[in-house]
Design a protein. Structure first.
Length: 189
């Protein structure tokens, strides 16, 4: 039998593995099917936020398989559309049970230039290591001057809650040009 030269063999092996990685993410390739999905048991978030404030989204969840992998958030803006998803990894002891809050900075992108009464909608869920998704939560949010966030009720009113992570969305205000220095409105055409 003829022996395949080592560099050629390694090249073929690398090509095959890159093909697998390209066709599906490594995450998808390594996950094991089955298991039970995580469950978000409690949640709270104010429905109004002052321009420039940091929004706190309180979440408590559990997973019987102890394999919660990441929190997934999508943001939809009336008059603009949907932003790319934001992911918050879940690590360590929190993979089985977590309680804390996520933050969203309304100053990101053009946040300070958003129109009064801008309407946003955050959809949030948790995905585990096997690809299972939790129940989906939808949080409406209106950006308005003078709004104050309401304090959370039980089980989030005990204090000492951990910040789970940051949901990052680079906000866009339709009609404003990002390329100008001070985000001035487009000139009339």
């Amino acid at each position: 039998m003829k022996k395949i030269p080592t560099p050629l063999f390694l090249g073929i092996l690398l090509s095959l593995s890159l093909g697998i990685a390209h066709s599906q993410s490594l995450d998808e390739w390594l996950k094991k099917p089955g298991g039970r999905p995580p469950v978000i048991t409690h949640w709270h978030a104010s429905e109004k936020l002052h321009h420039g404030d940091t929004w706190r989204i309180y979440v408590a969840a559990k997973d019987p398989d102890w394999d919660m992998h990441r929190i997934v958030g999508t943001l939809d803006q009336v008059g603009y559309g949907e932003y790319p998803a934001s992911y918050v990894p879940i690590r360590g002891k929190s993979r089985g049970k977590l309680k804390g809050y996520l933050v969203f900075c309304s100053t990101s992108g053009m946040g300070l230039w958003m129109a009064e009464w801008t309407q946003l909608r955050l959809t949030l869920f948790i995905r585990d290591g096997r690809g299972n998704s939790s129940n989906k939560l939808v949080f409406p949010l209106v950006l308005t001057h003078g709004a104050r966030q309401k304090p959370p009720g039980p089980p989030f009113d005990t204090g000492g809650l951990a910040q789970l992570g940051v949901l990052w969305f680079d906000l866009i205000e339709p009609g404003l040009d990002r390329h100008e220095d001070r985000y001035r409105p487009h000139p009339m055409r």
